[in-house]
Design a protein around this ligand. Sequence first.
Ligand SMILES: NC(=O)c1ccc[n+]([C@@H]2O[C@H](COP(=O)([O-])OP(=O)(O)OC[C@H]3O[C@@H](n4cnc5c(N)ncnc54)[C@H](OP(=O)(O)O)[C@@H]3O)[C@@H](O)[C@H]2O)c1
Length: 329
Amino acid sequence: MPSIKAQYAERGSDPHQLIQAVSFDTPEPGPGEVLVDMLAAPINPSDLLTLTGDYGVLPDLPAIGGNEGVGKVSKLGPEVSGLEIGQIVLLPIGCGTWCSHLTAAARDLVPLPGQADPLQLAMLTINPPTAALLLSEVVDLEPGDWVIQNAANSAVGGYLVQLAAERGLKTVNVVRRASAVAAVKQQGGDLVLVDGPDLADQVAKATGKAKIRLAIDAVGGESTERLAACLASGGTVVNYGMMSGDPCQVSPGQLIFRGITLTGFWLASWFRQASQQQQQQLFGDLIGKIAAGKLSAPIAATYPLAQVSAAVLAASQGEREGKILLTAE
Ligand SMILES: NC(=O)c1ccc[n+]([C@@H]2O[C@H](COP(=O)([O-])OP(=O)(O)OC[C@H]3O[C@@H](n4cnc5c(N)ncnc54)[C@H](OP(=O)(O)O)[C@@H]3O)[C@@H](O)[C@H]2O)c1
């Protein structure tokens, strides 16, 4: 049975021109391993940064794209226990998920509820924990507190809106275009505002001058400064994304006279320092919410692996109405 993988041999500024679907012989699972048929895998901004060479860790070349996804166990190797053929599993993070079949150690696979939507489960590993941790690891927040975020219509932004609402937190959601406002409101965003030079005035007016202590920045550049200006003195801006491609700007006045702190968050660092128990607790909670349909992200389109170049091009473009995912067929 031929398999397909989305492979690239060099990095560059036009990722869709570098990656292509190539066929390979379906691997046989070795001792302790299983063969997994890939069901779905998203294309995240970090995948694109990996293809351009701008991400924090880069695989050796040639490489297979994709960091997360779900699959179905289709064959058991010798000495495998605890997994059955047909079981839906989370693929190991960073394993090159844009391929139709892969072998993995059974102990590295997380079994998932079979009745849940595989497209939503495929986006579980990276963005939902990032949203949850941005709300729990940076500033101690109490129910009723406000937080502000930009790129609020991103997948992380949407998960953050849903998780914040569940915790009784109120969100100011900043988007860069008016056409994105309605979708964020529909997800439960308390306030949705379009970014601009008057952002701090808009926020003060709309929140009744609420003391906001946490700003969550996926954009960088001048957008970081505009978020900082919305915070109460002593507040924290946490940057976790580089969507504008520009360095985070925070003026000396914010840092010196208002005691604003600028810090960063990377999920990979959290994985390195969190205990197994903390990871299992967080993922158990998120799996439950996604399986119950209480946590989701909009999907703009799915593409078969054979059309990976078109899928990467679509994911590279702004003003999408949701994520782009690859499926095996
Ligand atoms: N640090 C971590 O551990 C970590 C983990 C997960 C994700 N991330 C980061 O989180 C961010 C969001 O990821 P995602 O998967 O949720 O993204 P996504 O769903 O693909 O959405 C991308 C978002 O970025 C906005 N955007 C695109 N180009 C922009 C630009 N030039 N200036 C300002 N905004 C722009 C889009 O707005 P439009 O719709 O208007 O185009 C949209 O809101 C990314 O930067 C990603 O790398 C970081």
